[in-house]
Design a protein around this ligand. Structure first.
Ligand SMILES: O=C(O)[C@H](O)[C@@H](O)[C@H](O)[C@H](O)COP(=O)(O)O
Length: 231
């Protein structure tokens, strides 16, 4: 595990964008045909998507060999501004990804069928890099502490009901699926996240963030406000 500390949210978002560019270019340069990346929703992730297309180095990457997935989604219609995927894809449009895989939206099949559909779409794909935000309660993707989503196993994607964070219905990768990723990257900003960050980093069992670990590497990108109590 490694921690990357940045002065403020803007520097944090820029650092994560540059790190993605470097890591993806390195994978492609090493002969990997395609790179699979899972993105997340949330405020700081949106800041990342806003500045990523214009970062120096972004134009150097062959994005046609990158496939984008989502770690979780809110079960609302596709034109809702609460969605994770569509607003992000609008910001990231200049990059021209080879393929994008938004999770199904609320006007489609039922929630359970949608989870099965995305599980099938995922098939045997494992993420090279899975990006995660962290909630103040320690949630990652739509896996919440003390909630049935924490113990889900079986299919890689689950239907989440009664989510403590609105909206109540969501889709999410399971912790097992997240932790099958080669790398897990956290992006964490703000003092409200400091206790959850410290607990997740140090392995507090009750926090979903403590169970999300990459097979090869776990990186914690955080700003000083979030990292305050990390030591
Ligand atoms: O759908 C969601 O709500 C997100 O995917 C969620 O897991 C998010 O990443 C964290 O809650 C952090 O969000 P903030 O950066 O807004 O605190």
């Amino acid at each position: 595990m490694s921690v990357v500390r940045c002065a403020d949210p803007k520097a944090l978002a820029a650092k994560v964008a540059d790190s993605f560019n470097d890591a993806i270019a390195a994978r492609l340069g090493a002969g990997q045909g395609h790179v699979h990346v899972a993105l997340t929703g949330g405020t700081i992730a949106t800041e990342l998507y806003r500045l990523w297309p214009d970062r120096p180095g972004t134009a150097e990457v062959d994005w046609s060999r990158v496939e984008v997935w989502w770690g979780d989604e809110r079960w609302v219609p596709s034109d809702s501004d609460q969605r994770n995927a569509e607003p992000a894809l609008e910001l990231l449009a200049p990059m021209g990804f080879g393929a994008v895989h938004p999770m199904p939206s609320g006007e489609g099949p039922g929630l359970t069928a949608a989870a099965q559909q995305y599980s099938a779409e995922l098939g045997s794909v494992r993420m090279d890099i899975c990006l995660l935000g962290l909630g103040p309660d320690g949630h990652v993707a739509s896996v919440f502490p003390g909630h049935p989503s924490m113990n889900a196993s079986g299919d890689p994607v689950i239907a989440v009901r009664n989510s403590p964070k609105p909206p109540p219905e969501r889709l999410s990768l399971t912790l097992q699926t997240i932790s099958a990723s080669d790398e897990v990257w956290f992006i964490v900003s703000g003092s409200s996240k400091a206790p959850a960050l410290t607990g997740s980093y140090h392995g507090d069992d009750e926090l979903p963030g403590a169970h999300a670990r990459g097979v090869r590497r776990t990186r914690w990108f955080c700003d000083e406000d979030a990292a305050r109590s990390l030591g």
